[in-house]
Design a protein around this ligand. Sequence first.
Ligand code: ADP
Length: 446
Amino acid sequence: MAFINIYPVYTSQELAFKSKQNTMQSQAAVIASTLSGLETLNSENVGKVLELLDIGNLTRTAITNQSALILYDTESTEASQPRYAIFPELIKALDGYDVFNSVFADSAFHSSVTVPVMHHNSIIGCVYIYEYDGDQGALLVGVQMTFRNISLVVGALVLVICVILSRGLTSRISRILAAMRIVREGEYSHRMDISGSDELAELGREFNRLTDRLETTEEMRRRFVSDASHELKTPLASIRLLTDSILQTQEMDPATTREFVADIGAEAERLSRMSEKLLSLTRLSGVKLETVPVRLSQVIETAAHMLRPLAGSAQIEIELDLDEDAVTLADPDDMHQIIFNLVENAIKYNHPGGKVRVRLFSYGKLVEIMVEDNGIGIPEEDLPRIFERFYRVEKARSRETGGSGIGLSIVADTVARYNGTVSAERSSIGGMCFCVKLPAYMEGKS
Ligand code: ADP
């Protein structure tokens, strides 16, 4: 707007100066050349010559001789007193220069031209003409005013639009901030209602997605805390009960004492199993992998050996069908953990007299571990969630078996760390079939 206001006004002013210079210089030249026919200049001959010329448009015309004595002046007619015109333009003109001056002030152009009058190559006087042009000045002021008014209107419009837009923007930002504060206070079910397709709407939707996750995590955390405290409370209460019985019974026979102590041991083992699982969950995050080639058949045999007593007590038969060549690059403890968890589950969630079948295959770039059982299975609707942390199909049924919903999430996280996959589906032999696929280790290749 500053440019609109300054540039056109400046240009039209320049144009007006140029045209003034042209017309006034030619007018002064006409007067000077008419006067140059005279040998010397005096008040009479100059007056006569100028009466013949048309100088009506000029505000002031003055003629001096070569000593700057005013011989003719349209502004002052008293010829009695000799007057000298001593101002810079006139002195320059008497030196032989043409001088033009124009200023725009008080809404008018003030222009003057001073030229020497020559006679046979010598300066015999000088012509000074001055014009006051209020019409063109008024025109220029009009243009200036028009531009200023346009600028004011445009400025006001821009201001109004800016205020409206920024109000809209800040109100949406305030809504986002308000929603953030509500969620920060723990109201995880709060969702922001924001429409549109701009960045703020996207931010709002992203915030809602984040809150979704927060809500799920919070729900899981709550459930875990209540489950964990419940799970820990049960074995601790029985240990307490058993120790109290031993201490309070005066003459307890050694066989009962042994039985009670064995029960205490079993409960303590259950507690340590649960804390171990919790520890491995924390261990999974952010630890650098140290891997070696692992022969999976050996790991499976060891895990099966460790679980045989548990299987035996439930009269469950473990069947192994292993490919000796299946090797993967991993931490052996991690592989043990995966297999142990899957086989333990297959035993825990089985019927007495049931069966667990572990098979190991190796196909080129992949090795595959399949743990199948003919146990109780998992309802179709629970299948998508069983690898989530702390998810249990039926809380009651896994509490009976000492489960806490961590085992399968450990399996999934560990498998993912080795760029493998794990899936669960109905088994052809009745219960569940868990299938783990891992990259095979090939000698000589990294
Ligand atoms: P948990 O410690 O409770 O066993 P997991 O993460 O190992 O936790 O298992 C999650 C849920 O999946 C369990 O609550 C259990 O109901 C179900 N589940 C796991 N494996 C089997 C299986 N082989 N057969 C039937 N249900 C299973």
